[in-house]
Design a protein around this ligand. Structure first.
Ligand code: NAD
Ligand code: ZN
Length: 390
């Protein structure tokens, strides 16, 4: 015999993504209004700033202080802490502890905010720290790269890398709000300007032919840093990511399918294998083209569609080659398939496409064919091919 008490409740989430320019210019009320909409009294704020952003925007810290002083009735500024920018901040606990220390030192509670300004890596890391401090303090994300503005910062996940595996430790924790400020994009290195476009092509390829056509048509403009083309690319990509999270039926990924990770099994493994020398978005471009090549070799898509996908990535300026030096490294890469399954749990589900704009899930990967696909991708990128017979 047994007794049962059943528990059931629902929690709904609502958050906004704002688009602006010059967020901390005193005449811009957006940030003040956002905090005031939470509570019309001074609210404690801890700013966590990416070191790359702090370097590229030397007056940012002062602008934040001036802004908070001007709106002191709503904004109680505690400190700006600078954290290591880039993937290094996600490797190990050191940087998470730096943010936790500051949350403790400045008595940031659940009625205060951590405001993180930076690329996707810093946002993932600081978001994780905010999610575990006091079991969750509020987070405002201010993403400063293309990839973080159109993908990584608009969702519900945060993480750090552990055991040599991408995003092994982390939580699902929706933010209070996200604010995309165009001005930050102007100081990006060219590779960071380009790399985030791969996530836009990712959603376009699995969901939206028209968006693919837009990126295809504007590939050259995007490669030449045309801000208007980039703004639409970011807007549409972010919109599609947010729509998928809210309407896709699995915001906290308890199933085994994760279409927004199209191209990511290889990307995550390659990031690790290259010791994070390549950016996430650069690895995603390679991973997508590899899976599209595989889809072509299995007969899912035409050669014409395959070439079309390759051309758009190349016209934007992506290097699609896989910089692997040995057969062992290729085997390592292929281990990414099982690691990808393990991360989500359940049955292997790899998203491919059956046409541009149409996703197609498969539950098995033919490794020999995947190796052929790898050679095909390296061939079109003029890189040496592997002789798998050795
Ligand atoms: N949480 C998610 O759902 C999710 C989704 C996709 C990707 N990600 C993660 O996002 C990370 C990649 O993010 P990323 O592509 O933004 O790269 P990044 O965060 O590594 O930043 C790249 C470099 O740009 C610098 N930088 C940032 N903003 C700048 C600016 N405005 N001007 C000049 N330099 C600037 C950084 O200091 C860093 O050196 C990866 O760790 C990836 O796993 C997370
Ligand atoms: Zn990604």
């Amino acid at each position: 015999m047994f007794k049962t008490i059943e528990q059931s409740f629902q929690v709904s989430y609502r958050y906004k993504l704002f688009f602006t320019e010059g967020l901390f210019q005193v005449e811009n009320h957006l940030f003040r209004d956002l905090i005031r909409s939470y509570k019309d009294e001074p609210v404690k704020l801890l700013f966590v700033i990416d070191s790359g952003v702090a370097e590229a925007h030397p007056s940012l810290k002062e602008e934040i202080s001036t802004y908070c002083e001007k709106y002191a009735t709503n904004l109680s500024h505690t400190q700006n802490i600078i954290v290591q920018g880039g993937e290094a901040c996600k490797n190990g606990e050191e940087h998470v502890n730096q943010v936790l220390d500051a949350i403790n030192d400045y008595a940031i509670c659940r009625h205060s905010f951590v405001v993180v300004i930076g690329g996707g890596a810093v946002i993932d890391m600081a978001g994780y720290a905010a999610a575990i401090a006091h079991r969750g303090v509020k987070l405002i994300r201010i993403p400063t790269t293309v990839l973080s503005q159109n993908d990584s910062a608009v969702g519900v996940k945060n993480s750090i890398n552990f055991f040599g595996k991408k995003n092994f430790v982390g939580t699902f924790a929706p933010p209070y709000a996200i604010i995309n400020d165009t001005l930050f994009l102007k100081t990006l290195e060219h590779r960071d300007w380009i790399s985030g476009i791969s996530e836009a092509l990712k959603v376009a390829l699995i969901k939206d032919l028209d968006f693919f056509k837009f990126v295809e048509k504007n590939a050259l403009k995007l490669s030449k840093r045309d801000m208007e083309a980039m703004q639409y690319t970011i807007y549409r990509c972010a919109e599609m990511h947010m729509h998928h999270i809210a309407q896709g039926g699995d915001p906290f990924e308890s199933g085994s399918s994760r279409p927004l990770d199209f191209g990511h099994w290889a990307a995550h493994k390659l990031e690790h294998l290259t010791n994070y020398k390549i950016r996430h978005g650069e690895a995603v471009a390679k991973g997508i083209v590899l899976d599209v090549a595989y889809a072509h070799l299995t007969g899912l898509i035409t050669e014409q569609d395959f070439n079309r996908v390759v051309s758009v990535f190349q016209n934007i300026g992506f290097d699609l080659s896989f910089p692997l030096d040995s057969d062992q490294e290729v085997s390592q890469l292929l281990k990414g398939i099982e690691e990808f399954r393990e991360h989500l749990g359940g049955k292997l589900t790899i998203t491919l496409i059956s046409a541009i704009g149409v996703k197609h899930d498969v539950h098995e990967i033919d490794e020999d064919l995947m190796k052929e696909a790898l050679n095909l991708v390296n061939e079109i990128s003029n890189l040496k091919q592997f002789n798998f017979a050795n």
